[in-house]
Design a protein around this ligand. Structure first.
Ligand SMILES: [Zn+2]
Length: 86
């Protein structure tokens, strides 16, 4: 999200982006080389390139990582949603 788009949001919505949301899901791509796993942004639902980033690089949501060790692991096959492991 660009800064201009963010500023046009209502104040309540802007504040939601500033309150940390906990990362609670990890997507694993078992058919890709090395079966990479990526954390998922709790707001926009997109995977992130790295763990423990302060905010989502796509939507700007501030992220919390305290519960990351309990995140659901989802195996993703193809385009759709995958198999839930835990
Ligand atoms: Zn996001």
């Amino acid at each position: 999200m660009t800064r201009a788009v963010y500023r046009r949001l209502p104040l309540a919505e802007q504040m939601r982006y500033r309150c940390p949301m906990h990362v609670a899901e990890i997507h694993v791509f078992p058919h890709c080389h090395g079966a990479p796993a990526y954390p998922v942004c709790p707001r926009c639902g997109r995977t992130m390139e790295r763990e423990y980033m302060a905010f989502c690089s796509r939507c700007g949501q501030i992220l919390g990582w305290r519960r990351y060790q309990y995140a659901r692991i989802v195996y993703v096959y193809g385009e759709g949603r995958g198999v839930l492991l835990n």
